[in-house]
Design a protein around this ligand. Structure first.
Ligand code: SAH
Ligand code: SF4
Length: 345
């Protein structure tokens, strides 16, 4: 019989497995504690279990873990990690230190099906969803490498569209908040705008922050760069954002990748102000990060600053986010993560 990955089992299935081994239910809870709070990567490490139980359990099951297969540091302090999954596919996650913060940018899928025209992950197409434990493992694995320094924030802005994998994402968030003990206020989920899932996210993972990759302020432009907009046009998306429950002082982050001559005019900024009116919002402007074969260019610095000024004048908190880790990492792929927004929390 092939052995089972304990991290891929639900809490109930773990209790059942323990029962099959003649063990009481609390052993399942101990196991969960060892896997997530103590980051055990083998049954042998669980010294709270008798030798006999460890042996019995090892015959039936193992603790799965993603495997580090690459690590690159950049001059700005950013580190990128490549992890190989059980089926040989890989995902990347990126650690972004920033004074007292250490933000980990986590992937939710291998590739992405959404096909945004400015995104390299999009051009890979979709390979598969990550299982919940494969998302949690990115945090556990990088935490292990960084100890005693602690990861303080998580952003789901790596590969993939998290709201297209909402069930597994919610389970991962449940483990990260409930077992590992990170506050949902320190977690941000970024979406290209799957409007109906925004509401479900707020129900399934109360208190996590929302980031929306807006990237255009009219349906005409958004349709042309983000196919998802034809399914969920701006009006529906902004309605979903308006209904997203926010605690006092919190804001929705709107990401806006600036593409030269496409979405970077003052008229675009003007429409953006209109879209965001009445919302507790902040905007991250991201000059397009070019890659080989890309069909866009970043705008000039003047254009970026003029766009920012227009929004700021209109009373919108607006930051310019440079893609981090461009130097050392350029060779091994694109890096989509940006400096974490410094919001109070
Ligand atoms: N799928 C989710 C999260 C991953 S993409 C989403 O779309 O929100 C993370 C961010 O990277 C998005 O805001 C996206 O607009 C941005 N991005 C993608 N390609 C980029 C590029 N070439 N340059 C700059 N930002 C990019
Ligand atoms: Fe997918 Fe996000 Fe890239 Fe769009 S921007 S293709 S949703 S990863």
């Amino acid at each position: 019989m092939s052995r089972t990955n304990l991290k891929a089992l639900s809490d109930e299935a773990l209790v059942d497995l323990m029962a099959e081994l003649g063990e009481p239910a609390f052993r399942a809870r101990q196991l969960v504690h060892w896997m997530y709070e103590r980051a055990a990567v083998s049954v042998e490490e669980i010294t709270e279990f008798s030798k006999e139980l460890r042996k019995k359990l090892s015959r039936r099951a193992y603790i799965g873990a993603i495997e580090l297969s690459g690590r690159v540091s950049s001059e700005d302090g950013t580190e990128k990690f490549l992890y190989t999954l059980k089926d040989g596919l890989s995902v990347e996650c990126v650690l972004i230190p920033d004074n007292d913060r250490m933000t980990l940018c986590v992937s939710s899928q291998v590739g992405c099906a959404m096909g945004c025209r400015f995104c390299k992950t999009g051009s890979m197409g979709f390979l598969r969803n990550l299982e919940a434990y494969e998302m949690v493992d990115q945090l556990l694995a990088v935490s292990g490498l960084m100890a005693p320094r602690q990861i303080t924030n998580i952003v789901f802005m790596g590969m993939g569209e998290p709201l297209k994998n909402l069930e597994e994402l919610s389970e991962a968030l449940r483990k990260i908040t409930g077992l590992i003990g990170m506050s949902p206020r320190r977690i941000t989920v970024s979406t290209c705008g799957i409007a109906p899932e925004i509401h479900r996210l707020s129900q399934k993972a109360p208190g996590v922050n929302l980031a929306v990759s807006l990237n255009a302020s009219s349906d005409r432009v958004r349709d042309s760069i983000m196919p998802v907009n034809r399914r969920y046009p701006l009006e529906e998306l902004m309605q979903a954002c308006r209904s997203f429950p926010l605690q006092k002082g919190r804001r929705i982050t709107f990401e806006y990748v600036l593409l030269e001559g496409v979405n970077d005019s003052i008229a675009d900024a003007h429409k953006l102000v209109g879209l965001l009116s009445g919302l507790s919002a902040k905007v991250n402007l991201i000059p397009f990060n070019p890659y080989e074969g890309a069909e866009f260019d970043p705008p000039s610095e003047e254009t970026v600053l003029a766009f920012q000024d227009y929004l700021v004048e209109a009373g919108i908190k607006t930051f310019i986010r440079k893609s981090k880790g461009g130097d050392a990492m350029a060779a091994c792929g694109q890096l989509w993560c940006r400096e974490p927004a410094r919001d109070k929390d």
